[in-house]
Write a protein that binds this ligand. Structure first.
Ligand SMILES: Cc1ncc(COP(=O)(O)O)c(C=O)c1O
Length: 390
């Protein structure tokens, strides 16, 4: 069996890659190690690249449509991994999940209506509703036993009057897996309060070995009834630049409200390379994914060991899925602004600033991306530790 290589560094600079090429413009330096934007510094799989190359051998790139092969590959993947029993009508292509969230908010809510999120959270969950003219209501997560947990008293109180709950499942940051019990409790509250749940499951396929992702719509009939689920091969197979996501809605009435809107936006026919890549990834990607997850798992263990030995004051929430860790440096007693400055200018490492995940409550926190060759991770961690030396 082929062993895939995740160790060899790939030079991404000069490819208009956001993670690396945006940094000189942002910080005025060329020597920064990017451990922020959520893609991986691994080669996209060769079976995906070959499928795209093969498609390029044909000289016409005219309008396209989701092929039977693409649709079948998506359906088989969702059935096999998450027991989501799709029908042809229940699925809809979307170019990206952030776009999908804004389309859903525009279709399912009115201006000024309230949208619930649990913080800290992926910043577009805060910015997209605001940009759509909706009000964002934040229910802060607790940290218990080194993982995020929903504060259900607060959640239930804040849910009152909200029309939509946008959930990251697994949760970004830190890839917390919301287990069946938690999801069922969310479903019960949201059903009672008439809330539609948007379950963003973009990180689901990156669930680390030994753990299990539960897809929201599968926990109960009521969850299936009031939910919109987003999935994508983009994070899993490192093809985020292609925009190839998919929406699943089990409930016919909800589907009518949302898919009619999607068709009106003219996004259904998609992008040739998105379909080609997604079909290849979902139909040929199991072994690559398995090996990549083993590698990521080792990276998370490397991070854990390093933090314990070299940065013991950091309070970490480590990923259960995906490659994003939430690190709280508050115990070092260094003001947030100075921490941020030290990480960029001393460590020359870029992480995501915690305050962008929900405001000043997350001062002292940063999100670290460990989806990279292990040597790069070790180098980044060593530099961060040096920057914390007084
Ligand atoms: C939870 C979550 N949703 C959505 C996205 C982005 O999705 P897309 O590129 O399909 O818009 C990300 C990327 O980091 C994410 O973490």
């Amino acid at each position: 069996m082929r062993a895939y290589d995740f160790d060899t560094p790939i030079e991404r600079r000069g490819t208009d890659c956001f993670k690396w090429d945006a940094l000189p413009g942002m910080y005025g330096r060329e020597d920064l190690l990017p451990m922020w934007v959520a893609d991986m510094d691994f080669r996209s799989p060769d079976f995906v690249m070959e499928a795209i190359r093969r498609r390029c051998d044909h000289p016409v790139l005219g309008y396209t449509m989701p092929s039977a092969g693409y649709r079948e590959a998506v359906r088989a993947w969702l059935e096999r991994h998450y027991e989501i029993h799709t029908t042809e009508e229940s699925l809809h292509f979307i170019p990206g999940i952030v776009a999908g969230i804004s389309y859903a908010l525009l279709a399912l809510t009115q201006p000024g209506e309230k949208v619930l999120v649990t913080t800290p959270v992926y910043p577009p969950f805060l910015n997209v509703p605001k940009g759509c003219g909706r009000e964002v209501v934040c229910s802060p997560l607790k940290i218990a036993d080194g993982r995020f947990a929903i504060d259900f008293d607060d959640f239930e109180r804040k849910a009152e009057g909200c029309k939509v709950f946008i959930m990251s499942n697994p949760h970004n940051p830190a890839g917390t897996l919301w287990g069946k019990e938690t999801l069922a409790r969310i479903a019960e509250i949201c059903e009672r309060k008439g809330i539609v749940v948007i379950s963003d499951e973009i990180h689901a396929d990156l669930t680390l070995p030994g753990r299990k992702h539960v897809s929201y719509s599968t926990v109960s009939e009521i969850a299936a009834h009031h939910s919109v689920t987003f999935m994508a091969p983009s994070k899993t197979f490192n093809i985020a630049g292609l925009g190839s996501s998919v929406c699943y809605i089990g409930d016919e009435a909800l589907r009518k409200r949302f898919y009619g809107w999607l068709d009106a936006l003219g996004v259904a026919n998609g992008n040739i390379f998105a379909f080609t890549a997604a079909e290849a990834a979902f139909s040929q990607g199991e072994e690559w994914r398995r090996q990549m997850l083993d590698y990521l798992h080792m990276n998370v263990q490397t991070l854990d060991k390093f933090l314990r030995e070299q940065m013991p004051l950091v309070k970490a929430v480590l990923p259960e899925a995906s490659y994003l860790a939430w690190l709280d440096f508050s115990a070092y007693g260094i003001p947030h602004k100075e921490l941020a400055e030290r990480f960029v200018n001393r460590a020359r490492v870029v992480m995501n600033d915690g305050t962008t995940f929900g405001g000043d409550a997350y001062k002292g926190c940063f999100r670290l991306n460990v989806g990279c060759p292990r040597k790069m991770l070790e180098e980044g961690l060593a530099r961060l530790a040096d920057a914390l030396d007084m």
